[in-house]
Write a protein that binds this ligand. Sequence first.
Ligand code: ADP
Length: 494
Amino acid sequence: MITQTQINILRSEKIAPQQLFIDGKTVTGNAEPMQVISPIDGSDLTTIANATEAEVGLAAASARTAFNDGRWSNLPPSKRKKILFAIADGIEAEALSLSILGVRDNGTEFNMAFKAEAGSAAGTFRYYAEALDKMTGEIAPTASNTLGLVHHEPVGVVGAIIPWNFPLMIGAWKLAPALATGNSVILKPAETASLSLLRLAQIASAAGLPDGVFNVVTGDGRIAGDALARSMDVDVLAFTGSGLTGRKLLEASAQSNLKRVYLELGGKSPNIVFADAPNLDEAAKVSVAAIFRNSGQVCVAGSRLLVERSIHDDFITALKIHAEAMRVGDPLDLQTQIGAVNSESQLKNNLAITAAAISEGADCITGGERILGQTGGSYMAPTILKNVLRTNTVFKTEVFGPVLAVTPFDTQEEAITLANDSNLGLAAGVWTANLSRAHRMIRAVQAGVIHVNTYGGADNTVPLGGHKQSGNGSDKSLHALSKYTNLKTAWIQL
Ligand code: ADP
């Protein structure tokens, strides 16, 4: 059991200025470092290096050399496996301090971060460590005088650009399968969530990962991230973040070496509640958590709630009660259920979209404002907007904040039309006790993951990836391994 006293001791530890991690060593960046501000109270936490194009080039060269000389790519799978397990053990051994470091940096409530960050990342490393020596090639059913062999080879150098909402969890989703298949990796964390990933590089190195196989370049996405996307040494780019940046990465790939680009670009996920849901109060409670945990900064957040009109008003009442009961505040307080918004700019964006929704005719039934201003941190009250029309901006635009848009519907057909009225298609939820309806909805709703009579939650065994403009290529599960491998056919005349 973690106690508040343990957290309080670790939360005030001084954090040294952070450097780049290239070729197994810390490297001092040449550019002016970036200040790291904690969204908990607006305090200066430390600085991170602002990697230049040349420094990203050094990391890429180091990753390329490590790949080419086979120090990792040619290790017997049993040895690679042992090191990935050791990384998982290292993460677990430091789970508490890693989680607290991450929370000080990005503001996620500790209760969620401890499980979803360190706990989940360790599990992801174990999952791919276990998988890596179970993958085999194929012998194709060719004519008897030929032999067709299908090899799965590592692509070479993988660039991973990571967002700020769950840096360790999402970082591990890309890093672990890429390393398991023998690649070298250069990881670019988000400006406002680099600290735990820099620590992960040290843990991996101590676990025996050879130098150059895992490099971390921090700093401005428009410089360091862009340099990674344009690098001629990067073969695959794996990204989670905004659609705007995703488009830039595709352009950068086209303008450089046509590297493969995998994108996970968030969603505007419909959570659909039918009047025949098995337990409406439970549905309301889970729907509230589905949008408000981590201040709505979850790519699969159920941000559009579609409610059958016959239960709409009662359901709104239940939503309001559950939302107002959630404790917003210091993310490092064990009682807190909703922590800080990641940054001041994110908070401003949330408030602006809320104001626009109200001006377009939506009714704000709770929240809609900044709170806890006296702390110096960035906090927003859980916000519920009702009477949101499909023409309203908030119906289509991902807020990535604690803002729920509620829209009533009359029929199943209308629910499907509303659910699919979005360019995005990452996740969805359906609440119904009718088995046939549940399966019909699973088929009809355009999304990468559909939750039935629950929302959120999953594990490494199932893929997570978007349909439509939410992206391509899934994280997690055995399917993710194919992102980091090339097929090679050997055609042999016997
Ligand atoms: P958000 O708007 O939620 O911060 P971004 O897509 O801007 O999402 O950020 C996600 C990640 O992409 C971060 O690591 C960020 O530094 C990086 N990034 C931002 N702009 C670019 C860019 N032009 N090229 C490459 N990476 C970028």
